[in-house]
Design a protein around this ligand. Sequence first.
Ligand SMILES: [Fe+2]
Length: 313
Amino acid sequence: MSANRTAKSIVKAVLGVGAIGAGCLAYAGLYEVNAFRLRRLAVRVLPPGARPIRILHVSDVHMTPYARARQRWLSTLGALEPDLVINTGDNLAHQEAVPYVLGSFGRLLDRPGVYVWGANDYYAPKFKNPLRYLQGPSRSDRLAEPTLPWHDLGRGFKEAGWIDLTHTRALLEIKGVRLGFRGTDDAHIDQDRYAEVAGPIDHDEIDVAIGVTHAPYRRVLDAMTYDGHDLIIAGHTHGGQVCVPFYGALVTNCDLDTGRAKGLSKHIAAGRTAWLNVSAGVGTSPYAPIRFACPPEATLLTLTSVSGETYAA
Ligand SMILES: [Fe+2]
């Protein structure tokens, strides 16, 4: 092959790769980032004979006033009329986002709810080199005063009757089942203090124990599992956000393995096992508005009796 033909072949190959890359980027930023889906799961944790309890798990909304598609889709979720909403944080990505979060949740605020906070409720997003995300968990320099109006959002949640689980225990009776909750602040910014709520689950008082945290760091999952939680609910990972088709996530942005970046799995610690549900989240940082092979989601998690069924979607 002549040098001229070789050069032409290389140019064609480079242009071809560039066109595929541009196509993937357009797909990720124009389509998939707004291709919302409801993941439906069921898990057997309720006492024998108990009626199913439908939990809507919402996470990582990263709301801005301009995220219209996200707002529209979120506002449809109220029609599900879940028995309980669990919000695992990272609601905000803009100073003026609070009314858009509360407005989008709409009828969901009429349902019982519990929540914890994530770093992106406290601190406004910053531009970062997107390749940095693939190198491992981002380290945070966010120990300064919060810059986002999370207090205002918390006021809205509390006015709706939702319970802030940050380093708090709570008990809710739903359909005759006593659900015990413990939550932590965000482990990604080292604000988790699970020890404040730690201790063996008292099954004389609680039928099902649910741990709630933003970032599923193993130290939190281990401690909750060790204490006897039946189920742990988390977000933060964005499911990997930019994934490889037929392979999955490359990163979790924490120390959880990539095989559990989203969906239902089991967590084992000290010989005990808890179910773990990690949401891939509804939104993204405004500085990384793409998703690939990892569509935005909320989860409708149906708790069934131990004699019921378990399924993953
Ligand atoms: Fe997030």
